[in-house]
Ligand binder design. Structure first.
Ligand code: ATP
Length: 362
């Protein structure tokens, strides 16, 4: 039994848009699953379906042993955090943290008119919960501040704390770091990973940033047009993508792609039409002789993009019908536009694809 389970879930909006198409996906307790894919592929709709903010057109959604497909959002006990999570501006951080619990207390006592409330929201539990969550997220010194006295990163931590304190059955996060600058997002990414590990709950995390997904997730689900194309550990998906779309999406630089005919000297697997290789697997030398590898060709540098810790060398491969390719090189590379170079790729780095761009497993 999975902590979160989508069983062949489809969401068709009234205008006919199929946002989620027969999606099946399971997330374990203590596991962080990143949903990634291009804009409009159905990531947010998937989260909203789990939170109960959208009704599925078909299929069922489970939280542990409960079929929650038709359960109202308030009764699902999932915490959802958005990219611009609004805190209550008139309340202190402490007030914001406890708000969800106080509300729940009121809800339950009204529902049963008995004054008895669930254990999670007794006053002692609230104080205790705020203390431990604030400590865990490093926001203890900020408890008496108002939201406008916080930085963007601090606000996101408070929003996460508010979700954690409710002790939900699942955490759903939609681009929680996308409004932060790159450095802060990088720092929070590492902290979030530790927090998620300790929570022991399932986390479904939406991001369009493949780096963030690789760094945070135990597993990735790559989506396109409402469908999940591949689920797996980040490295597995990176090294063994099921098709060219996934290969491109999980890399920071598009895969170099060439027709099979350019590798006449090599035995291509049956059905192969094109082959590809990643920029970091291209060896580049200024010497014209000696470079080995299954694929070895002369090229001319077109452009060098310096990115601090590495450089991307874009080239025109004269020997491969002028194909435009890219190699990842050391930051200190001295190549300049116009330089003749020799490039090579080892055989085990080549990825083969059939005519419909599915990877042929070799
Ligand atoms: P992004 O990365 O841009 O946030 P996403 O992957 O989260 O995109 P969704 O917001 O889930 O994508 O949208 C999936 C598809 O459903 C898109 O084509 C979108 O236009 C469409 N869609 C979303 N909400 C509605 C709606 N209420 N009515 C009709 N179509 C919708």
């Amino acid at each position: 039994m999975k902590a979160i389970e989508f069983d062949s879930v489809t969401k068709t909006f009234p205008d006919g848009t199929v946002a989620v198409d027969k999606l099946s996906l399971g997330v374990e307790n203590g596991e962080t699953m990143a949903l990634i894919g291009p804009s409009g592929c159905g990531k947010t709709t998937t989260l909203r379906l789990l939170a109960g903010l959208e009704d599925p057109t078909a299929g069922s959604i489970w939280l542990g042993e409960s079929d929650v497909t038709r359960v109202a959002p308030a009764n699902r006990n999932v915490a959802m955090m958005f990219q611009s999570d609004a805190l209550y501006s008139h309340m202190s951080v402490r007030g914001n943290l406890s708000f969800g619990l106080k509300n729940r207390r009121r809800f339950w006592s009204r529902a049963f008119r008995s004054g008895s409330v669930d254990a999670n929201s007794s006053p002692e539990r609230i104080v205790e919960g705020i203390g431990s969550v604030a400590k865990r997220l490093g926001i203890e010194p900020l408890l008496d501040r108002k939201p406008h006295q916080l930085s963007g990163g601090e606000r996101q931590r408070v929003a996460l704390g508010r979700a954690m304190i409710r002790d939900p059955a699942a955490f759903l996060l939609d681009e929680p770091l996308s409004r932060l600058d790159a450095r802060l997002a990088g720092e929070l990414r590492i902290e979030l990973r530790q927090v998620f590990r300790d929570l022991g709950k399932p986390v479904l995390y939406v991001t369009h940033d493949q780096r963030e997904a690789m760094a945070l997730a135990d597993r990735l689900a790559v989506m396109d047009r409402g469908k999940v194309l591949q689920v797996g550990e980040p490295l597995e998906v990176y090294q063994r993508p099921v098709n060219l779309f996934v290969a491109n999406f999980v890399g920071s630089v598009p895969v170099n792609v060439l027709p099979k005919a350019l590798l006449a000297s090599m035995l291509a697997p049956a059905g192969a039409e094109i082959f590809g290789f990643r920029a970091e697997h291209v060896g580049v030398s200024g010497k014209q002789e000696g470079a080995g590898g299954a694929l070895s060709f002369r090229a001319r540098v077109r452009e060098v993009e310096r990115l601090g810790d590495h450089a991307l060398v874009y080239m025109d491969a004269d020997e491969l019908e002028g194909a435009r390719l890219v190699a990842r090189c050391d930051a200190e590379t001295e190549f300049r536009p116009g330089d003749p170079i020799k490039a090579s790729v080892d055989e085990e780095r080549l990825m083969w694809f059939d005519a419909s761009q599915q990877r042929i497993k070799s």
